[in-house]
Design a protein around this ligand. Sequence first.
Ligand SMILES: [Cu+2]
Length: 198
Amino acid sequence: MNFLKFLITAGYVSLLVPMAFAMESYGGSSMEASMQSSLSTADKKAIVSAMSAAPMSVSAKATIVAMDANGKMRTLHKGQNNFTCMPDNPATPGPDPMCMDPAALAWAEAWIGHKKPVEGKVGFMYMLMGGTDASNVDPYATKPTANNHWLQTGPHVMIVGASQSFYDMYPKSAQPDTSVPYIMWSGTPYQHLMIPVK
Ligand SMILES: [Cu+2]
């Protein structure tokens, strides 16, 4: 099954136009060759979700991974660029798929695994799906509480793993203006710069 046909079958009609463009422009045939028709419906949905995090020019060539219930990464599609895309985490309220470079992937794995990320290993990440929401003070919160400063964040990109002096250039209040760049999870090992793009 080619990738475009896979999307039609999966019912993601709204994605067809940009996807067709991406396939044409960025070497769809190799993706077609490596795309397994044996993927489950859940895996196909995960791929579409993961790819929505970045511009098609990036995500059409990215490696797609999904996490199982135990937090173990599984590769659904091996890509040809240095980006890895992960689908929405259904445990959190908003859509939060992400596409990241290798340094940001290492950072995300540290965060997910409750380990300390390497400071100074600066990474870049796309989160272009709107409506993502999270606590701005608790990296592991899964729902709003009275005092965890739950934010509604729109489409954004992120800089992770930078040094304190970098983050010191930006606002870091618990309840920031999310329409301009600000620090999320300030003062924790997982602080990062949030850059709204809309
Ligand atoms: Cu983000």
